[in-house]
Design a protein around this ligand. Structure first.
Ligand code: TRP
Length: 352
């Protein structure tokens, strides 16, 4: 069944779930994150949980530390090495297992980056300009001028996904436009250079079943906007952030995401952390108002994250181990990327 990201309805993702459970060996997962800040609750409920679940189901998985993506909106990558290590710590803390999942950095994979050149030739400037996620990132960018890398990074992301022929990409909602670019590139590459067998799959997005959480200011959750609880934050920092969260002027707490987005996002957060139904959580708080809501959410988050935070702190003592994970992951990813680039060069008749 065709499963275009724009119609990834509950029904379609239910079907995807069945196909994965039925035959995990037919899927290969790639996802990744930009090491711009520590991973937060939005990442956790939006995609990290799905990644761990797929890994545990036996789906072959790649996780990318997208270090070049950092350069899209800042001139110098301040202390990039420690951000990269921090990201790996977040992964290990939530249960990504480096024995079963290849964790790698795309700056170390030359053959992956070379795919960017033929891929760029397959999309128009107008198509790049229409990407809503890039538009939003440009609006929040630290730079006054938009770099060529910012404008084209969704194409780089297509190389991230297609170098290992991944066919399943667990991502948050904001990444769907990039998935669509990837699918377009795979289709166009195949029809231009490999019309019979095709080289690349058209990967499917996998959205989490949970609706997205908002930042504490009511906007998109983002560590660089100071509105998100990071996995690595401690209990006090979590309490401080949630105490300052935006609510509304109606005292009685209800779960109505369409009309009360800020309050409902806090209710949802408490519900996700405790595995409960958000309507039930809201009803229980009811007349307690925003104060009780924030306290409930803070306790739920701190309790749920406690073991994850403890694991993260333990791994943080083992820097050599973290370095080695990247070394081994980069070797594996390089071998895969070189095979794919070899096929691409043959298909393009540039194999001299
Ligand atoms: N763009 C993603 C983000 O900002 C990170 C990313 C880079 C990614 N390459 C990827 C995600 C490939 C999924 C697949 O969060």
């Amino acid at each position: 069944m065709q499963n275009h990201p724009e119609n990834t309805t509950a029904e379609a993702s239910g079907n995807l779930e069945q196909r994965i459970q039925g035959n995990p060996g037919r899927f290969r997962v790639l996802t990744g994150d930009s090491p711009t800040g520590r991973l937060h609750l939005g990442h956790y409920f939006g995609t990290l949980q799905n990644r761990v679940r797929l890994q545990d189901l036996g789906v072959e998985s790649f996780v990318l530390v997208a270090d070049y993506q950092v350069l899209t909106d800042r001139n110098v990558a301040e202390d990039l090495a420690s951000s990269v290590e921090g990201l790996v710590l977040d992964y290990l803390a939530v249960g990504i297992d480096s024995d079963r999942t290849t964790i790698f950095t795309h700056s170390a994979i030359a053959a992956l980056n070379q795919l960017l050149l033929p891929f760029l030739s397959l999309v128009s400037v107008a198509e790049l300009g229409r990407n809503p996620t890039v538009k939003d990132e440009i609006a929040h960018s630290r730079q006054s001028a938009v770099s060529g890398l910012m404008f084209t990074y969704p194409v780089h992301q297509a190389a991230d996904i297609l170098f290992c022929k991944a066919n399943l990409v667990p991502v948050g909602q904001d990444q769907l436009p990039h998935l669509e670019v990837t699918r377009t590139i795979a289709r166009r590459f195949n029809s231009r250079y490999a019309p019979e067998a095709g080289i690349f799959p058209e990967p499917e997005a996998m959205l989490s079943a949970a609706p997205s959480l908002l930042g504490t200011d009511g906007g998109k959750m983002s560590k660089s906007r100071g509105n998100a609880v990071a996995l690595a934050d401690d209990a006090d920092e979590t309490a401080r952030l949630l105490r300052g969260a935006k609510t509304d002027s109606i005292r009685h707490i209800t779960y109505e995401p369409a009309t009360r987005p800020e309050v409902s996002s806090l209710v949802l957060l408490a519900a996700l952390c405790t595995g409960r139904d958000p309507h039930e959580v809201a009803e229980e708080i009811g007349a307690g108002g925003a104060g009780v809501l924030k306290k409930t959410a803070t306790e739920a988050v701190n309790e749920h994250l406690a073991p994850i935070r403890a694991r993260r702190n333990a791994y943080a003592q083992e820097r050599g181990f973290i370095r080695n994970i990247l070394k081994v992951g980069n070797e594996r990813a390089n071998a895969v990327a070189e095979m794919t680039l070899g096929e691409v060069r043959t298909a393009m008749k540039t194999s001299y």
